[in-house]
Design a protein around this ligand. Structure first.
Ligand code: ADE
Ligand code: ZN
Length: 347
């Protein structure tokens, strides 16, 4: 039997990694929510930070989204979006994150009268500081809210064109069931025409057919969640053959009832079937862990071997939208991290 010496308990947490499925609005910790509510004189339906945490009990995706969108009401000024993003980056930096591709939901804010520019300028400024001060590279992915109309999505894309160089891709999120990817064919066609890289949430609560549509209609380069692909053998074949990454979020899936427990999550089965699986935090302020915490929790519950963990970290860089030479540099750094003498295995 192989054992490990000197393997620190934080191996999974500290592994160099990329985060590819992270909603910036989902990083709003209750403490910052209170601070912004005070700064902006926005009333909150909670008496205290503890009260907020106690309210975070969800039965499904919609029950979460209702609370999550309500929390966003404290975000009003450019500095608020900066503070939100900077807080995420500092936490991520402490958990091995070297590159982050971050979702933002402009419609959540523009529909409340907050200008698109306020949102993107605050996030972008923090990402630039993250690059300079924390050595975290990043990309920004604009998500369309799928419970809203296809026309509203097209208008959002038009507003974004002024900031085209700050955005790497487009995504699709919010209430999945009843809002298939095909509803957004035209806006994804347009986004691809201007060089934005498409991803989409599919197969979180929705059926495998939505994953097929994300691939065939939207030409998604990654599937966000995608865990319901396990119900369709032909789809698994397509994902393996096409090396289509899945950005899996195990803590989120348990909190939203997609799997009853972390032990019953299918992450390890999908990984061992040859899918390009990555591990991500989704909305860490709501689901109880940032990406390093998520690696650790999944490693303990499933359990995952050290080789599984290294594969997941490697996949995170390979599945990113980084140029090839930057991927290679991250993969080399990962290898050096794993090969540290203090982390060597014994037989
Ligand atoms: N928006 C934020 N988190 C989400 C999730 N897990 N699924 C769909 N939309 C989301
Ligand atoms: Zn998500």
């Amino acid at each position: 039997m192989r054992g490990m010496i000197g393997d620190p308990p934080n191996f999974a947490r500290d592994l160099p990694k990329a985060e590819l499925h992270l909603h910036i609005e989902g990083t709003l910790e209750p403490e910052l929510m209170f601070e912004l509510a005070r700064r902006n004189a926005v009333p909150l339906p909670y008496a205290s930070v503890e009260d907020v945490r106690q309210a975070y009990v969800f039965s499904d995706l919609q029950s979460f989204l209702d609370i999550y969108y309500a929390g966003c009401r404290v975000l009003l000024k450019e500095q608020d979006f900066y503070d939100l993003t900077w807080a995420y980056l500092t936490r991520a930096a402490g958990q091995g994150v070297r590159h982050a591709e971050i979702f933002f939901d402009p419609q959540t804010h523009t529909d409340r009268g907050v200008p698109f520019e306020t949102v993107i300028a605050g996030i972008h400024r923090a990402l630039e500081d993250g690059r300079g001060r924390l050595d975290i590279s990043s990309g920004l992915i604009l998500c369309f809210l799928r419970h809203l109309s296809a026309d509203a999505a097209m208008q959002t894309l038009a507003n974004a064109m002024q900031y085209r160089e700050w955005i790497v891709g487009v995504g699709l999120d919010s209430s999945e069931v009843g809002h298939p990817p095909s509803k957004f064919r035209a806006v994804f066609d347009r986004a691809r025409e201007v060089g934005l890289l498409p991803v989409a949430h599919a197969g979180e609560e929705g059926p495998p057919d939505y994953i097929w549509e994300a691939l065939d209609v939207l030409q998604a380069r990654r599937i966000d969640h995608g865990v319901r692909c396990a119900e369709d053998e032909r789809l698994i074949g397509r994902l393996v053959e096409g090396k289509i990454p899945l950005t899996v979020c195990p803590l989120s899936n348990v909190k939203l009832g997609v799997f009853p427990t972390l032990q019953q999550h299918n992450l390890k089965q999908l990984l061992h079937r040859g899918l390009m699986v990555t591990v991500n935090s989704d909305d860490p302020a709501y689901f109880g862990g940032y990406v390093g915490d998520t690696f650790q929790a999944a490693a303990a519950a499933l359990p995952l071997s050290r080789a599984d963990l290294v594969t997941l970290a490697r996949n995170s860089f390979q599945a990113s939208f980084l140029p090839e030479e930057q991927k290679r540099a991250h993969l080399d750094a990962l290898r050096r991290f794993v090969d540290q003498p203090s982390l060597k295995t014994i037989s």
